[in-house]
Design a protein around this ligand. Sequence first.
Ligand code: RIB
Ligand code: CA
Length: 312
Amino acid sequence: MSTLRPFFIDTDTASDDAVALVMAFARDDINIVGIGVVAGNVPLSSALQNALYTRELCGRTDVPVYAGADRPLIYELGTAQHVHGDDGMGDIGLPLTDRTPSEGHAVDALLEASNEYAGELTLVTLGPLTNIALAIQRDPSIADRISRVVLMGAAADHIGNVNPVAEFNMWVDPHAVQIVLESGLPLEFVGWDISRRDAVIIPEEANRLRSIGTPRAEFTIDIQRIVAEFCARDTKLAGFDMPDPIAMAYAIDPSIATQTRHLNLVTECAEGPTRGMVVMDLLGFTGREPNAVVVMHADHSAFIRQLEAAIS
Ligand code: RIB
Ligand code: CA
């Protein structure tokens, strides 16, 4: 009986997802049983190559990487290449081609892992929820077998990064979000508000982290080249933020969260100005049952310590 906590990670691998993977790959207290890849930040083929490159950089070719959905359930795919670069990894010329994923589909791999590690599995989602929704549609009883679902997504302050009120992962496939919210899975959201407030890397800190000098340290900082420009120009942050890495840090060590709440969440699926908004009933107006734990504040220093350990 392994004492390691089994993790399954679902990702639309771009520059922040890759750092979250570096953090997970560095741990000796978790067993990454599989990585599922989904279209989101970049088309599926790029997200797959980015995950495979990151796995190789970290010397973790023991971890299977599976291709998943190449588009949302209903909407056409909308990517974030204007945020992360055409290749999703800062367009710095990394050799992100010709690597081979594992046989099989990410949804099948997730369902198999939920059976093999029933009651123990932590699912960490770093991208749109298309693969998760497909798994629920295939086998709704998955909700009884997964121990924790930690999701980078939504925002408790309802401030969006793809429209004024929607966070990107939720916006790409809101129909998938609604299926997940209604599934009964034990959901724990780490929103973009947490990233903007508690996971911003200012230039001085970026330089200090890069000066650790390992290939993973230089990779972690260098691939943020384009997202740093987006943050300075569009989201007006003092540096680049790391949404997926702080969600991964919380999945690995829940004490990263200094405040959480149990809330009712619903999502807007209709096309229009609020598409992808995840409405959080902060004051309990609706009387609807809470269906998710939401991280309200996180510990920046603890996050940096975990990141630093992973790239040293
Ligand atoms: O809104 C931030 C999220 O969208 C992150 O997961 C980022 O990688 C993109 O997928
Ligand atoms: Ca992501």
